[in-house]
Design a protein around this ligand. Structure first.
Ligand code: DGT
Ligand code: CA
Ligand code: CA
Ligand code: ZN
Length: 586
């Protein structure tokens, strides 16, 4: 498994402060600022800096050492000073002050979907709520319901999100795991005697979140490799070790299962630990029906003699099946499809011809139109759509129609200079009443209109669904971005009725987005597959706020593959003429 450009500098190596570490502290700081009732714009600045540092191609500790922190776009003098202190001392004074002032449990409340810092502060001041437990107690006693501005419905929503939070928190977004899992695989591959090592489990199946990380390696002397692995720097605790398996917890708190087998067993072991479990169960039963036995050690005849297996393709062939790629191995119809040779022709990263949702400095992005377009061209794209925010999103610097027109001048100039097609787009807010944040005359002048919800997440299901439906009814709206608003491991989806949205997408010819940001991956694979089956056109977009995150397309494509999508069902897998044709732009 490889991901181009995935080895970013932040890693798991331990004592040095990585970009990811700094990012986490700055994001935490932003929440603390808001919870303490300080200026919300300060929180915005911390988040912007956090995002910039997370994605910056150089090591933040090196930048500090060389006094070059201010080169990171989005990092101003004030924050640079704090980052420097953080890198040198492991924390900074203001952060410690706020942590001491804001009850730690209060911060946990922010993980509830739709509960912002303002409400958290209110619950704290009025009811003394300072943790998820005390929130539950306040809900049970009816105190929350009786608060001004709350009521039965809001209290009920809150209770619902509280219940679902438990279930979200156990898994980690794939995008947080890969940056250390890929180097870990390389480390294992480089251990003495190891022939090859691969990531397996949910990570190889490219699930949006993963539980633990599974690695499978081939070597002639497995116990020696396992011992070397258990002794690696970065291994905090060995949970268990046998002749072929070792489970450890790393310094970063994550669990890794390593299996080491002889080279002739590698393929079947890799296959077994790629899973999923349900897929394996199906294959084992199928093998049995054919007088064969399949397990992690190999494929065997009834008399125990092995069927020679050199590749996963051969496992499937021996079972009378077409090859099933890891992303489809979930027992969701793939075995039947492989049997009848009607597996989909899955989308590949190379099929993607452009990105239809990115931001620039015109709103809350970090790069210019030119820089984004240049990077898109360097990726081999044929076009790029610039979709900055609309005016109601003040904290994100949303564009008024006047500023949008100024942006169009820049878009035209950049497109001419680079000889690269740049589409005029906008991510227009769907307001609380379902109206759009830009007038129709302006929308009519855009090449591609993406609509999305950024406010009022806590409205009830019917209201939220109606907002989206109304946006889709607008003939200028081409696509709905991040349709459920989920943030992986942080915020539950808002309560939209996806069946009705999909049905309306078909009726109105509106695309639904797979937002490729590894923090979102929204639509989920399940919803995207449902949309695909209904005939909805899907757009896979990074929502990049800077050049580097154009790379996130890889995650979006993984999600699309899990949704059984092929190039013909993906709008931005079309070349420019076909895209313009679809959008009826002449
Ligand atoms: P995760 O870690 O929750 O994100 O999901 P997985 O799929 O990585 O699950 P994990 O780590 O428990 O196991 C890795 C693979 O090993 C799993 O996908 C299939 C295989 N496996 C584990 N336990 C069983 C089992 O009881 N039966 C079978 N047939 N396969 C299993
Ligand atoms: Ca796993
Ligand atoms: Ca595992
Ligand atoms: Zn966006």
């Amino acid at each position: 498994m490889s991901r181009p450009g995935a080895t970013r500098p932040h890693g798991s190596r331990g004592e040095i402060v990585t970009n990811r570490d700094v990012t986490h502290v700055l994001l935490d700081m932003a929440d603390l600022v808001e919870l303490s009732g300080d200026d919300p714009f300060k929180a915005v600045a911390y988040r912007k800096a956090a995002r910039a540092i997370d994605q910056y191609p150089e090591d933040v500790s090196l930048l500090v050492e060389q006094g070059r922190l201010l080169e990171v776009p989005g990092v101003g003098k004030g924050i640079a000073g704090k980052v420097e202190e953080l890198v040198r001392t492991g924390t900074f004074r203001l952060y410690e002050e706020l942590k001491a002032r804001v009850p730690p449990g209060l911060r946990d409340l922010l993980r509830l979907p739709g509960l912002g810092p303002k409400t958290a502060a209110q619950l704290h001041q009025r009811l003394g709520v300072d943790s998820l437990e005390s929130l539950k107690a306040a809900l049970d006693s009816g105190a929350v319901r009786d608060l001004p501005g709350f009521g039965e419905k809001k209290a009920e929503n809150l209770r619902h999100s509280l219940e679902s939070l438990q279930h979200v928190a156990d898994r980690t977004p794939l995008g947080h795991v890969l940056p250390w899992a890929l180097p870990l695989r390389d480390t294992v591959a480089a251990l003495p005697g190891v022939e090859r090592a691969e990531l397996a489990g949910s990570l190889r199946r490219r699930r949006d979140t993963v539980g633990d990380v599974d690695v499978v390696a081939a070597a002639d002397d497995p116990p020696a490799v396992l011992a070397a692995f258990a002794g690696l720097r970065g291994v905090a605790e060995v949970l268990g070790q046998g002749d072929s398996k070792c489970s450890v917890v790393l310094d970063n708190g994550r669990q890794v299962d390593l299996r080491v087998v002889r080279p002739d067993q590698f393929v079947t072991t890799l296959h077994h630990f790629t899973g999923s479990k349900d897929h394996n169960v199906r294959l084992r039963a199928r093998a049995k029906d054919r007088g064969l036995k399949l397990n992690e050690y190999g494929l065997f005849h009834e008399d125990g003699s092995p069927v020679p297996i050199r590749s996963e393709e051969e496992i499937y062939r021996a079972l009378g099946l077409a090859y099933i790629p890891p992303e489809l191995r979930e027992d969701l119809g793939e075995v039947e499809a492989a049997e009848e040779d009607r597996l989909p022709d899955l989308l590949r990263l190379e099929d993607i011809r452009g990105d239809l949702h990115v931001h620039t400095r015109w709103s809350d992005g970090l790069a210019t139109v030119r820089e984004m377009a240049h990077a898109a061209r360097d990726r081999g794209y044929e076009y790029l759509a610039i979709s900055d925010h609309s005016p109601s999103l003040v904290v994100a610097g949303g564009l008024t129609p006047e500023r949008l027109r100024l942006q169009w001048d820049e878009i035209r100039q950049a497109a001419e200079e680079l000889g690269f097609p740049i589409l005029r787009s906008a991510e227009v807010d769907i307001l609380r009443d379902g109206s759009l944040d830009l007038p129709d005359e302006v929308l009519a002048e855009l090449d591609f209109v993406t609509a999305s919800i950024h406010t009022g997440f806590r409205q009830d299901r019917e209201t939220l669904t109606q907002r989206v439906l109304r946006a889709m009814e607008n003939p200028h709206v081409d696509s709905i971005a991040h349709p459920t608003g989920r943030l992986l491991a942080r915020r539950e989806p808002y309560l939209v009725d996806m069946d009705r949205i999909i049905e309306a997408a078909v009726r109105t010819g509106t695309c639904l987005e797979i937002n490729a940001s590894p923090e979102r991956l929204d639509l989920s694979a399940e919803h995207a597959r449902q949309a695909r089956d209904a005939g909805v056109m899907i757009a896979i977009n990074t929502d990049a706020h800077q050049v580097e995150t154009l790379e996130d397309m890889w995650f979006g494509v993984g999600q699309a593959r899990r949704a059984w999508l092929g190039p013909s069902q993906v709008l931005n897998a079309r070349g420019l003429p076909a895209l313009l044709d679809y959008l009826k732009i002449t």
